[in-house]
Design a protein around this ligand. Structure first.
Ligand code: LLP
Length: 434
């Protein structure tokens, strides 16, 4: 990755040596390259614009869930990005980072009435609705607020995205979207809901999709349905095509944005609809690393363990999805360094706490720094405090500068939200009454 170059044998993030960040901020920490996310965003948006034509109305609504750090959102907002949010928290973050409400879509299967009301008051662009009961709830909340909610129906096109089963969303058996065959029933109900306005359709079939064919199949079904709605006189004018375009985690060829854009042009272009895209991983995935330090090397009889100070609570993808993340020593190994097959593991008390199993890598020693790649998406945001570990800080690099964009909390601050009830703090020896 060119935004994490080696200079004189030492890995940098843009112009900043990673060793310096580790020294200043401590490890583990997430390090993001602003340049990498800006180029991924510009390439994605620019390729679509060039392929679809500049007169094609479109918004790239960055999927906030991939990396919701305010500095990341502000970086993308400055490039003109909108946002795809799935909770009040994400919506608040997008607004706080300067993303205008008219560029924000609200997706997700379980929006609460409170969240719906908040989003309506902010004047967001559209709700992507995932069920009939949700549609009725949005209508009711809009009525209470004496307004009308702009909606798109998220349809489930029943297409196999060919990705990991835990991140596939467009099969009939997945909880997401309205079954495409059931849309007529929902439309029949929608006629009786005066406080929602149907603007169009939405879809999202999964994440880290390696091929273009699932997109082709899903777009074809969506286009058919869109045409049918227009024929029936529904005044629909918007299509939200979701996210899902993958990134290269290993040495596989990186997914082809140009090919994706051509599929959109061929199938969706002729409809003349206003388009939205919801890429997450593709924008930030390869813009971030998790920086960890080797604590111990434990050469067992069966295994060679490299124990690092980052753990599954910081980056859960390897154990949750068996995901491969490239692991590279920050200092180029001296010539002649042997290659070992290492299990790179963290300090958490779970066998699943590992970043790599039997991975061939140069032998490392305690104190060495390792960069765990492709951690910009679904890394920090999926972290947990398991084993009472402090959240890893996040650093954003910009040329030769860097900023701590999320500080490591203190143990005191982490415990401050908890309290011990009075019956335990009295003189009764800490035993519950009764
Ligand atoms: N739109 C919707 C409605 C989504 O549910 C998602 C992701 C996206 C857009 C963005 O998808 P992307 O472009 O990033 O593929 N934690 C998993 C990924 C879960 C994705 C959930 N939805 C992982 O680490 O692989």
């Amino acid at each position: 990755m060119s935004d994490f170059p080696f200079v004189d044998g030492h890995m940098h993030a843009e112009g900043v040596p990673l060793a310096r960040i580790a020294e200043d901020v401590g490890t583990p920490c997430y390090v993001y390259s602003a340049q990498a996310m800006v180029s991924a965003y510009d390439h994605f948006a620019g390729t679509l614009r060039d392929t679809l034509g500049h007169e094609q109305p479109m918004t790239v609504c960055y999927a906030v869930k991939a990396n919701p750090n305010l500095a990341v959102l502000a970086t993308l907002a400055a490039r003109g990005a909108g946002a795809d949010v799935v909770s009040e928290g994400e919506l608040r973050r997008a607004l706080a980072a300067g993303i205008p409400p008219e560029k924000i879509v609200f997706a997700g299967v379980g929006k609460t009435r409170h969240e719906i009301a908040y989003a309506l008051r902010q004047g967001i662009h559209q709700f992507n609705v995932e069920s009939l009961p949700e549609l009725a709830a949005i209508d009711a909340v809009a009525r209470e607020l004496d307004t009308t909610a702009p909606v798109a129906l998220r349809v489930n096109p029943d297409v196999d995205a060919g990705t990991h089963h835990k991140i596939t969303t467009g099969r009939a058996e997945n909880k997401f979207g309205i079954d495409i065959d059931m849309v007529p029933e929902v439309l029949a109900e929608l006629r009786h809901l005066p406080n929602v306005t149907l603007h169009g359709l939405a879809m999202h079939i999964g994440s880290q999709i390696p091929e273009l064919q699932p997109f082709r199949d899903a777009f074809t079904r969506l286009a058919e349905l869109y045409r049918q709605l227009r024929r029936e006189g529904w005044p629909v004018s918007r299509l939200d095509l979701g996210g899902g375009l993958g990134i290269a985690y290993r040495d596989e060829p990186p997914p082809d944005v140009a090919g994706y854009a051509r599929v959109v042009r061929e199938i969706i272009g002729p409809l003349g609809a206003e388009l939205a895209f919801e890429p997450g991983r593709h924008i930030v995935g390869n813009a971030g690393i998790l920086l960890a330090r080797v604590l111990y090397v434990k050469a067992g009889r069966a295994r060679h363990f490299v124990i690092v100070d980052a753990a599954m609570n910081d980056l859960i993808r390897p154990t949750l999805y068996d995901a491969w993340h490239e692991i590279v020593p920050v200092d180029r190994p001296a010539p002649g360094t042997p290659t070992v097959r290492a299990d790179v593991v963290g300090p958490v008390c779970e066998t699943g706490d590992m970043f790599a199993e039997g991975r061939p890598m140069p032998a490392v020693a305690a104190g060495d720094l390792l960069a765990i790649f492709s951690a910009g998406a679904y890394g920090a945001t999926m972290a947990s405090p398991y084993n009472s570990r402090l959240a890893a800080p996040e650093i954003l690099v910009h040329g030769g500068d860097y900023a701590v964009v999320r500080a490591r909390p203190s143990h005191a601050a982490t415990m401050a939200a908890e309290s011990v009830p009075a019956w335990l703090t009295g003189t009764g020896g800490g035993r519950p009454a009764g």
